[in-house]
Write a new protein. Structure first.
Length: 324
């Protein structure tokens, strides 16, 4: 591949479809550009995740709003604490879940086995002793701390809050921004931690194949080899939800395949370069010998001409001596 400036989408297409791109990246691309590519990729994929999460969030709010009277039992609110007559654990669909349990505060509930079982859901709404909270992919995206309601909070007031989340444009826009920022930060940190592990795998596999380069180049290979697995991860989350084992194994397999073929392409490129250098070295002694022979012939010709010139000069001198 010739050295040229590649745009983001062109580069993303090439690293997914053409393994010959990887030797070019290792030799010519600076690490900061590869890291910039990673940030841009995560930024776009986090946007997709944020849209998916926000739509799921709106579905949850719509469901709670429509089924509010039957879903939320009677409760009392005093001393900044909520007490429900009955606990509520309701699965709305494969991605949404509602929890109403005032036997715990929100922080206490996070330490229970019930909370750990909710990892399979993208969006979960919690109504606990001290607050109403909504999590998206285990990140807190909205909360109402009951400490901010010192006087009273009844079922109708809580219903007004739910309606505001559903219909108020400013509240909805704020929610989307919060969801997007939370998605980007959490997803970037998750991807970065995974990439460090993938980089170590790349370094080990390269060393076994005799490719010794610096750590930044190992990480460049990992960043680009992880492009398609990241896309599959996001698409899988949006279609079937998070935490599915078959999506996880597909990502691991894709990552391994791209690492192997990227390393093969780099090794093949190095082998071709080595052969090219060897051919150059073989040709250079032959050319030097040929040039030496040509110079030697020219030198001999010059010596012969000089000798003939000297003989003619001597003959002329002898002729003049005889005349005298």
């Amino acid at each position: 591949m010739k050295k040229q400036k590649l745009g983001f989408f062109r580069k993303m297409y090439l690293v997914v479809t053409d393994f010959r791109t990887y030797p070019f990246i290792v030799k010519h691309e600076q690490f900061r550009k590869a890291f910039g590519y990673l940030i841009t990729l995560v930024f776009l994929l986090a946007g997709v995740l944020a849209c998916h999460t926000y739509l799921s969030f709106q579905k949850l709010i719509s469901y709670v709003s429509d089924e509010y009277d039957t879903l939320i039992p009677e409760f009392e609110y005093e001393n900044h604490q909520l007490h429900m007559h009955d606990s509520v654990y309701r699965k709305i669909n494969a991605n949404l879940f509602v929890v109403g349990d005032t036997d715990y505060t929100y922080q206490e509930f996070q330490k229970t086995p019930q909370y750990e079982e909710l990892i399979a859901y993208d969006v979960v709404a919690f109504l606990n002793q001290d607050r109403f909270a909504i999590e998206a992919n285990r990140e807190l995206v909205y909360e109402i701390d009951f400490m901010n309601y010192p006087f009273s909070l009844d079922k109708n007031q809580l219903k007004d809050i739910v309606y505001q989340l559903r219909y108020d444009l400013k509240t909805k826009l704020t929610m989307f921004v919060v969801v997007y920022i939370a998605s980007f930060v959490s997803y970037f940190l998750t991807v970065l931690s995974k990439l460090l592990f993938v980089t170590l795998v790349v370094a080990v596999m390269c060393s076994f194949r005799g490719i010794i380069i610096d750590f930044r180049n190992y990480m460049k290979i990992a960043i680009y080899a992880y492009t398609l697995p990241l896309i599959v991860d996001v698409v899988g989350t949006c279609i079937v939800g998070s935490g599915k084992s078959y999506v996880y194994y597909a990502i691991v397999l894709l990552t391994y395949v791209y690492i192997v073929y990227a390393i093969r392409a780099i090794r093949l490129d190095a082998f071709i370069m080595m052969l090219s250098k060897k051919n150059t070295m073989r040709q250079r002694p032959f050319d030097m010998d040929q040039e030496f022979d040509e110079n030697q012939d020219t030198e001999e010709e010059n010596i012969g001409e000089n000798r003939m010139h000297d003989e003619d000069h001597l003959d002329g001198d002898d002729y003049h001596d005889k005349e005298e």
